[in-house]
Design a protein. Sequence first.
Length: 145
Amino acid sequence: MSLDGDYAPSPSRWVRDQVSTIVAAGDTRAVTVDGFPGLVLITMRGRASGAVRKVPVIRVEHEGRYAALASYGGSPTDPQWAHNLRAGPDVEVLDGTTSRPMRARELVGEERAPWWDRAVAQFPEYAQYQTRTQRQIPVFLLEPR
């Protein structure tokens, strides 16, 4: 699926600001989350709107694959982008200045555990977010297509 077309900015101001800064710089290293460097930018298709959507997430990379945690800061519901990945798994991942086509899939069971551990090692706040919600925070694996 092509990710060309009109970009629909997020309704969330901090996401819009992060994306705008990344796009202007052409580099994900231009932004941080709560002072934490190391983000990637995921470009996807909105499941309901069909518009191009972009979301910055903490960079959790291992052997050319990435994890994207739909933590939403420990909110009781998944962020909208998680629903987008479930409906349309073909994405683009910008890491630094390098963009790659990738496919997302949600991890479950034993396959999820090592990626969760990598993510928490990279960004310990994920463990705190999990204590704030009854839902299991979804972990998506982004793999080259």
